[in-house]
Design a protein around this ligand. Sequence first.
Ligand code: PRP
Length: 178
Amino acid sequence: MHKDCEYILLSEQEIKDIVKDMAKKISEDYKDKNLILIGLLKGSVLFMSDLMRELSIDCAIDFICASSYGSGTESSGRVNIVKDVSQPLDGKDVLIVEDIIDSGNTLNFITKYFAAKNAASVKICTMLSKPSRRVVEIPVDYVGREVPDEFVIGYGLDYAEKYRNLPYIGVLKPSVYS
Ligand code: PRP
């Protein structure tokens, strides 16, 4: 375990099981649809690559980068699109792939943004959710695990751009950010 990690919240094996389970549900729900997975950079990269490999149906992929955090631990509430998707979404069934939902600000903005691009449907798939931190209520269609209000790192999740490459999800020692 990384020295800055207090404890492991989800092991590699637990993550694998969650992803497999989600992919099975998504493959059933989207079997007659025009699925495009859109990953929110950068946190979703590991989840996205694992999830798409487990799907048993065809899909397209794309990425968007919308940042609402600075280098600290709190959401600023402002959402900026840093990189947009690279294809039209008209008539497509968009499934947003996210690493974590915290305040809900990012996805509240992004779901409306994709709907305005004439997507046939827009749903949300997230590895983690922190319901206790929600500021905006948004419907979340697939959730890997609900987590307590602690600073989580690994499997794409960072603190000041570090720890994204850890293969497990852990809780950051408070001494690192306080
Ligand atoms: C994180 C995370 C979500 C968002 C969740 O992204 O990946 O996109 O914050 O917070 P919210 O629900 O309060 O909006 P971040 O902007 O830190 O970028 P990153 O994916 O590059 O880490």
